[in-house]
Design a protein around this ligand. Sequence first.
Ligand SMILES: [Zn+2]
Length: 353
Amino acid sequence: MELLRRLSNAPGVAGYEKAAQTVVREELAECADEMWTDRLGNLIAVKRRTTKDTGEPARRLLYAAHIDEIGFMVSHVDERGFLYFQPVGGFDARTLPSQRVTIHATKGGHGTIEGVIAPQPRWLATDEDLSRVIPIDELFIDTGLAGEKVHDRVNIGDVVSLSKQFEVLNGNVVTGRNFDDRIGVYCMVEAFKRIEHTGVDVFAVSTVQEEVGTRGIPTAAHAIEADLCVAIDGSLPADTPFAKPHREQCRMGGGTGIYIMDKRTIGDPELLEALYATCQEKGIPYQRQLGGGTDASIVQRSGLGAKVTTVGAPTRYMHSTVQMCDMRDVEATIALLAAFPERAAELIPADWR
Ligand SMILES: [Zn+2]
């Protein structure tokens, strides 16, 4: 779990993923046959097929998990040093007051300043205030520092990340601010290390800028021209009192989630069958589910196209700072990703160009 802790704690707001990407690079360096970073910052590691060379070029399986997390950018510093910000990625304003944040300050050298997103004090709130959600553009960050100090250090456009650190909550259950999609990256890295037999070249891509609209994956998809793609991202468990029972498809603790469809992709039926078969054969718990939208949608439609879907551990409270996963689901996801490359080549018809 030490790697998951390091991955989750490294800041990597969309567009500024370097620190987190460094952790991935160090991990993959030892087991990749080749590795490079593209112009957008996607990290691409390759494991070549282990079956004997047939003279035909190897088919390609792309695993994609996004390293970026949602965060903010400073948009204004007032004269007293309170910082206003714009979101980078999709936030729910209700979750923000009282959060601890880190400002990645760039004025007069790089360094960090710690702060909180100020909660409105009860004694200053009107009746109307008590019943409304404060919109993001009215929220501000308080560092407690004097105005001039903040002005000396912070530039407009400085990146702000959420500070919440990884924790083991209880037994198998873990919590962190960015399990969407650091858990996915963790699963991909661990699986990549474990792949022993593969009939295809496996490309593990730690993608950038997914949270701002899958902006990173297109260049990697173009470079790799995959035949098959499995994105790894959180599955959506509707297994708490917030959801009506009829919304439930998968549960935390019930195994890895396999996306049959999401808002941007219909999973390839043959690929889905092969994933189910891999789980059944290896005794890996899995659940069918309908998801949100991932990097897989881009790979499906790039170049000549690919058979795609997404898998991932059910993740409660996505896009909050208390995202929650069960490590047994994480392990199931890793086991599936490690085993699948062995049978992946069977999915590709001989007459595919
Ligand atoms: Zn995600």
